[in-house]
Design a protein around this ligand. Sequence first.
Ligand code: SF4
Length: 216
Amino acid sequence: MRRFGTLLRRWFRANGRDLPWRKTRDPYRILVSELMLQQTQVSRVVPKYAEFLETFPTLHDIARARPKRVTEAWSGLGYYARARNLHALAKVVTDRGRNPYATLPPDAVSLRELPGVGAYTAGAVSSFAYERRAELVDTNVARVLKRVFAPDLVIKSTSGQKRLWAVARELLPRTGKATWTHNQALMELGALVCTARVAHCEVCPVRTVCATFAAS
Ligand code: SF4
């Protein structure tokens, strides 16, 4: 497991894409990027992300906006429930816009109590904004972990999910700073190399420790 993490992070440092949300630790900006990326491709999110943050630079700005303005700013991305949840969350966190300094909590457990924040998003905000040792599993990460550590696992089953989250937890490096890199790297490997359509094992940095590759 340690070898997997070392190989993965080394690969990411040399090959990770230069994406705007990787240059910030602002929890609100990280949250916006994560919500946008949930159902939309990176290439479509990049310009929309910049535009949206220009309209609503802070959580407080969203909290004070009319619902219509928030959904208008979200237009083009679809799945408007995400925008509505973001608006509801901003109101909760900022006490209906009364507290301009309010920010998102740093730990995954508190984050999960907010509207529209599931286990994945909580782990993403905690590790990417606050550099906490928080694990995350999304579709890409689940596929990578299954292929490397548990080829027989059924991703959609309750026990499969439980096991994937446990593996993700076990894999976390010792520090929060390294966790930031580790989680970004896991997602990047699933997006670029170990993809749903093709597993590019010939260029994969973790093939020497991958159970699926060993069995092929
Ligand atoms: S070796 Fe192949 S199957 Fe294993 S993680 Fe890499 S791309 Fe995926």
